[in-house]
Design a protein around this ligand. Structure first.
Ligand SMILES: *[C@@H]1O[C@H](CO)[C@@H](O)[C@H](O)[C@H]1NC(C)=O
Length: 117
């Protein structure tokens, strides 16, 4: 038995409304030391750029992207040098190897194709 057209329409409407809002959701955990050690901070966002906590700014030495693709930035508000970090990126455990040790000030999504802002 197929659902009545009115219900189908409603489901499609809800899906269309929901997907763009979460299309760029990301989260990551940064650590002061290499190998995911020492003080950490969990960060999450969507299309937006998120600045790291004051006491973590320019101090992160490793990052766990929890299977997300994120772009890390040298300056606040996603400014300055940046680097894409995603599953498969070598040396997450040591930002030093990626030439981004003690530099990170903000994080955002890798690529955002949201149609609704
Ligand atoms: C973090 O992102 C991963 C991968 O997208 C997701 O599976 C997980 O639920 C997220 N965790 C939080 C706390 O949002």
């Amino acid at each position: 038995m197929s659902p009545p057209p009115a219900m189908l329409c409603r489901v499609i409407f809800i899906v269309a409304l929901t997907i763009p809002l979460v299309c760029c959701a990301w989260n990551a955990t940064i650590y002061k030391d290499a190998d995911f050690k020492s003080q950490s901070q969990d960060l999450q966002g969507d299309q937006d750029c998120v600045n790291v906590a004051d006491d973590m700014a320019d101090k992160a030495s490793s990052i766990n992207t929890h299977d997300n693709c994120v772009r890390i930035y040298e300056d606040v508000d996603c400014g300055g040098l940046s680097l894409e970090v995603k599953p498969g990126t070598a040396s997450h455990f040591s930002l030093k190897n990626l030439h981004f040790d003690n530099m990170m000030s903000s994080i955002g999504p890798c690529l955002c194709s949201c149609t609704q802002q």
